[in-house]
Each structure stands twice: as structure tokens, then as C-alpha cells.
Design a protein around this ligand. Structure first.
Ligand code: F6R
Length: 616
């Protein structure tokens, strides 16, 4: 959350940073700003609202300049105002800073600085760090001019408790840009005669494919032709340059109205990419290159703990069902934010797996580090090559779903379900799952992209149903077994983009409380698939109908639903159990999308949210 772009080079910093901010807008969109070295000094400009507001203001100003820092904000401390928007400027006017993260000890810092005569224009924690750098810069007069700015940044960071990704410039150093990170992501794009700092790769691929991932407690000093990295305690660090293999057109909206709709329709391809080269027909199993655990080690694992947040946490719940069912390994699922501080006893043969689309979610990263600190083997399933979580795990599986820009996760979720299913197959085949069962499952995965394409053909019908139900303010999503996590996901999707109050429940749990909510004004979405408990699900539908509740039933085509029992039916193709959660997710996503559209909500940028949550 919060996007940072800094530029130093030969091009117009303003337009390069603006381009970057637009690509990072999904990280935060309540206000934005930039400061540019525009020839006659540093020019600061901030606007509340979307990056478009900043763009309009910049169009009028036509700022030149080849150095600058910029920011798109997701508020943590202080309201959405221009004063609280970044960049912040120090009291003496010399230092400018943009920050992503939370400075936990900012109150003490601020009081100290007020005593020293510094004043504050904003309510943010970030301004305290900006003034602290100015304070150390002022005290560094004795140091050689060459290192004075850099030394002031490093000294200040040694006092910070909390997290930061920062970009800083100084009025006295028109040819230098400094960045640093601890807990919040920051990458360096290395160009020819230009260098860029950004919160993620998405913001720099229009300029360069060469990337250095900054690690925690590292500070980078950039000029247009050079860069050097040191630690906060001034030890020099050798940089490793990675090539990002990223097709920039993948992150473009194209002919779609919203990224969410585009990403829903990209699912057949995302799934194909997640499977590519990952099956052995011969052994009827999945094959993963980066687990860094051999079959013997994997056979010794007697428990798996999954950690994640939000939608990725729902993917973990599906992993629990699938791995227990097909590999017979006990699985537990924890919210990363809870696990981190809970001190749960784990067995020494426990494998910890983090699922994260962005690979930067701070709660998941914190939980992962806690597991590593205790000595557990860790793996990750994530969609962002080179992300912090991917780099810090002992091994992992990349989703290869392509960039996900819409704040509401869609294709990343189904690709997580795919990887979890494939992992269940792989672990199963290392244990008791038979060759024949493996053959059926591999076949089911290979047929899946076609079936998803089929399910997407229901779009017009789902749009019509969405129009009917968009007026309600409450909704229940109900499902049993594998459909329970999909019910949770359906409720999350609906509430986050359409602001309808929605809850997901195991269908049978409904009668233990939530049934009290059922009325003509509270419809239910039932998720029913064929199998031994299908008739139990139907009984739960009857219970709702008996209380005048409206029912939308999403089901696999082989379910026999009595005529007239439900108000609306959406059918997805009949399929193998292991891929049912993926296929059943498609109508759930489309339903939320069209309900939100009908309610005229900003689908890609829902209120109060941001993608990639890098604060606790
Ligand atoms: C909801 C959504 C979030 C994320 C959660 C974790 O649509 O996208 O709930 O799933 O913030 O994000 P990652 O997967 O990046 O760790």
C-alpha cells in the first residue's frame, strides 16, 4: 500500500513518475504528489483524490527537471488532505521525503524535533522522519560535503522503529536520490543514464527490465549513471541485478472496462500458465522446480501450516481440504496476522506455506519470518517473481498468473487454487494416492481451462441476475465442504466492491444463528456441487425458502435441482472434485462484478482498500 516512484536521469522526471504512479495506483488512491527539480529549484505539488487530479495539475504546470520523487497514498496516519499527502518537506525546506510504511515511534521523534524548533504541517508519521533527516543533516556540517546527505539519512533510519520504504531528495544535492527499505518493498530500476526507485516492478518496466531488489535495512544512493547500496549501519552491500521477464502489455486495460473484468476473463490463460511444464504424465503427478525439498524430506513432513490474509487465506482453506483428502497430511490454516503473535506450538516436522499474490503483504511476511526464526521449513505460493516473501522462503511455487491490477483478487485466487490442487496431487503421489487417481486428476487439470472458458459464457445471464439483486443491502453465501471457502470468498468479493453486507457460512451452520437474518430482503447464494452431500445442501436451501428467503443457486451441471425450488440458477460444467472450487469461483466473481457495476461502484478501486497491504 502506498506507491513510491523516484527518478534521476535525463528524461523529464515528472512524466516518468506520473506514468509510474498510474501503474502503482492500485496500492493506494486517496491522494498523490510529487516534487521535481525543475531547474529553478524544487517544485512540490500535491492533490487529494486520484492520480488523475495530480496529472491535471501537472499538465498546467508543464514542469521540466530530471530528478524527483512521487507518491500515491493510502492513509494510515491523518485524514485525506493535501497537507497529509506526500512528499513531505522538512521545516528548513531542504529535505523532501515520500514514505510507505508506519513509523511506530514517530510521536517521541516528533516531540524531540518540536523541542529543537521544528514545526509540522501534517498529522503523518512520515513528516517526523523527514524532519529527523533534516535535523541530522544540519548536525552533519562537519562531515565531508560528499557524504553529508547520505549520512544524515542513514543516521536517522537507525532511530526508526516500524517499517519504511522511502525515497528522499535534498535541495543541496540536485544530482542525488536516496532510497531505503525496512519491511516495505522498494526496488531499483537500473537504466542507461537513468535510475528509478519504485515500490514494485510494475512501475518501472516501461523504462528498464534490470532490477535490484533492496533488502531490509539497506540504503541506496543513486545518481543518473551509478548506484551504490549500503546498510543503515554503513556497511557496503554488493548489488545483484535481476532481469525481469515482464510483458508490459499484460498490465494494460485493453478493450475491457475494468481490470477486474479483464482479469476474470484471463483465467483460462492464467491457469494454463500455472500448469505449463508442471505435469509428468508418466508418473501421473505434478512437478515443481523450486521447492528445494526432496521427496524424502517431503515424506517426513507430518503437518502443514498455511498462513495468508484475505482471499489468499480462502485459498489456504481449499488447500486444507485438498491436501488432507488427497495426500492425507494434516493441515492447519491460520490468519497470518494472528499466527505471528500467537506463539502456537508446532511440531518439528511442520512445513509452513505462505500464500500471497503480491508476495509483500506485511502480515504474511511477519508470520513467515516468525516461522523461520523458530526453524521451520518454509515455502511460498506467490504471483510476484522476486517479491520479498518469495526471496525469504526456503523454496516456493510461482503462480505465473500475470499481473493482477484490480484490487479485488480474481485470477490470482483461482491460480492459487490450482497450485494448491497440484500440490495436493504431488504430495498425494509421494504417499498413498494411486497411479490411476493421479491420471484422473492430471486429466481434470488439463481440461480445466476449456471448462473455465465455458463457465465464462454465462456472463450475460449472470449480468441479468446481478441487476435483479443489486438493490439488496445484505446477502448470505452458503456452501458445504469445498464450497464453504468459496462462500467466504463470494461474500468478501461482494462486500469489498459493492459495499453490500455479505457473510459466508458453511450451509449447515446457518441454522445455528444466521438463519435469523433470512427474510425477503436478505437473499442467499447457495454453492452446491454434485456428490454425497448434495442432498444435504438442498435441505438447507429448503430451510431458506421456508422463511421467504430468495435463493440464487450456483451449481455444477450434474446437480438435480427440483423445478421451482430456487429463484435463479447458474450452472457451471460438470468436473472432477479437485477443480470444482475453481470453476465455482467464476460465477461468484462475475456476480460481484455486475452487482457492483449496477450500483455504480468503482470496481477496480473500491473505497478504503488498496492492493498489496504493506502495513500491519
Ligand atoms: C481481496 C484481496 C485481499 C488479498 C489480501 C492478501 O480481493 O485481494 O484480501 O487477498 O490482501 O494479499 P496477498 O495475496 O497479496 O498477500
Amino acid at each position: 500500500m502506498c506507491g513510491i516512484v523516484g527518478y534521476i536521469g535525463r528524461e523529464r522526471a515528472g512524466s516518468i513518475m506520473l506514468d509510474g504512479l498510474k501503474r502503482l495506483e492500485y496500492r493506494g488512491y486517496d491522494s498523490s504528489g510529487m516534487v521535481v527539480n525543475a531547474g529553478k529549484g524544487l517544485e512540490l505539488i500535491k492533490r487529494t483524490g486520484r492520480v488523475k487530479e495530480l496529472e491535471d495539475a501537472l499538465d498546467e504546470l508543464q514542469l521540466g527537471g530530471n530528478l524527483g520523487i512521487s507518491h500515491t497514498r493510502w492513509a494510515t496516519h491523518g485524514d485525506v488532505t493535501e497537507a497529509n499527502a506526500h512528499p513531505h518537506q522538512s521545516t528548513d525546506g531542504k529535505i523532501y521525503l515520500v514514505h510507505n510504511g508506519v513509523i511506530e515511534n514517530y510521536i517521541g521523534m516528533k516531540n524531540f524535533l518540536i523541542e529543537k524548533g521544528y514545526s509540522f504541517k501534517s498529522e503523518t508519521d512520515s513528516e517526523a522522519l523527514c524532519n529527523l533527516i533534516a535535523y541530522h543533516y544540519g548536525k552533519e556540517e562537519e562531515t565531508t560535503a560528499k557524504n553529508r546527505f547520505l549520512e544524515a539519512v542513514r543516521k536517522s533510519l537507525r532511530h526508526v522503529e516500524g517499517t519504511y520504504g522511502i525515497a528522499v531528495i535534498c535541495d543541496d544535492y540536485p544530482d542525488e536520490l536516496i532510497g531505503a527499505r525496512k519491511g516495505s518493498p522498494l526496488i531499483i530500476g537500473i537504466g542507461k543514464g537513468e535510475n528509478i526507485l519504485a515500490s514494485d516492478v510494475n512501475a518501472i518496466t516501461h523504462c528498464t527490465q534490470n532490477v535490484v531488489y533492496l533488502n531490509d535495512n539497506e540504503v541506496v544512493h543513486l545518481t543518473n549513471n551509478d548506484f551504490s547500496i549500503s546498510t543503515v549501519s554503513s556497511k557496503s552491500v554488493e548489488a545483484v541485478i535481476h532481469q525481469v521477464d515482464w510483458d508490459t502489455s499484460e498490465a494494460e486495460l485493453g478493450d475491457y472496462d475494468h481490470y477486474m473484468l479483464k482479469e476474470i476473463h484471463e483465467q483460462p490463460n492464467a491457469l494454463k500458465n500455472g500448469m505449463r511444464g508442471r505435469f509428468s504424465d508418466d508418473k501421473s503427478t505434478a512437478v515443481f522446480g523450486g521447492l528445494n525439498l526432496n521427496p524424502q524430506e517431503l515424506r517426513q513432513i507430518d503437518r502443514i501450516l498455511f498462513i495468508a490474509c484475505g482471499t489468499a487465506w480462502h485459498a489456504c482453506l481449499i488447500a486444507e481440504y485438498l491436501i488432507e483428502r488427497f495426500a492425507r497430511i494434516p493441515v492447519e490454516v491460520e490468519y497470518a496476522s494472528e499466527f505471528r503473535y500467537r506463539n502456537a506450538p508446532l511440531d518439528k516436522n511442520t512445513l509452513v506455506i505462505a500464500i500471497s499474490q503480491s508476495g509483500e503483504t506485511i502480515d504474511t511476511l511477519g508470520a513467515l519470518r516468525e516461522a523461520k526464526r523458530k526453524g521451520y521449513r518454509t515455502l511460498s505460493i506467490n504471483n510476484s517473481v522476486g517479491s520479498t516473501i518469495a526471496r525469504e522462503c526456503d523454496g516456493g511455487i510461482y503462480q505465473h498468473a500475470g499481473p493482477e491490477i484490480g484490487v479485488a483478487s480474481t485470477k490470482a485466487f483461482t491460480s492459487q487454487l490450482l497450485i494448491c490442487g497440484m500440490l495436493a496431487l504431488y504430495l498425494g503421489r509421494l504417499r498413498d494416492l494411486s497411479y490411476g487417481d493421479g491420471v484422473d486428476i492430471v486429466k481434470a487439470f488439463k481440461e480445466l481451462p476449456e471448462l473455465v472458458q465455458e463457465a465464462l459464457k454465462q456472463t450475460a445471464q449472470i449480468e441479468a441476475i446481478a441487476k435483479k439483486y443489486a438493490k439488496y443491502e445484505d446477502c448470505l453465501f452458503l456452501g458445504r465442504q469445498l464450497m464453504f471457502p468459496i462462500a467466504l470468498e463470494g461474500a468478501l468479493k461482494l462486500k469489498e466492491i459493492s459495499y453490500i453486507h455479505a457473510e459466508g457460512y458453511p450451509a449447515a451452520e446457518m441454522k445455528h444463528g444466521p438463519i435469523a437474518l433470512i427474510s425477503e430482503d436478505c437473499p442467499s447464494v447457495f454453492l452446491a456441487t454434485s456428490g454425497e452431500i448434495f442432498h444435504k445442501s438442498l435441505a438447507n436451501v429448503q430451510e431458506v425458502k421456508a422463511r421467504k428467503g430468495k435463493v440464487i443457486c450456483i451449481a455444477t451441471a450434474d446437480c438435480e435441482i427440483p423445478d421451482g425450488l430456487v429463484d435463479d440458477i447458474i450452472l457451471v460444467p460438470e468436473c472432477h472434485e479437485i477443480v470444482k472450487p475453481i470453476l465455482m469461483s467464476i460465477p461468484v466473481q462475475l456476480l460481484s462484478y455486475y452487482v457492483a457495476l449496477e450500483r455504480e461502484c468503482d470496481v477496480d478501486k473500491p473505497r478504503n482498500l488498496a492492493k498489496s497491504v504493506t502495513v500491519e
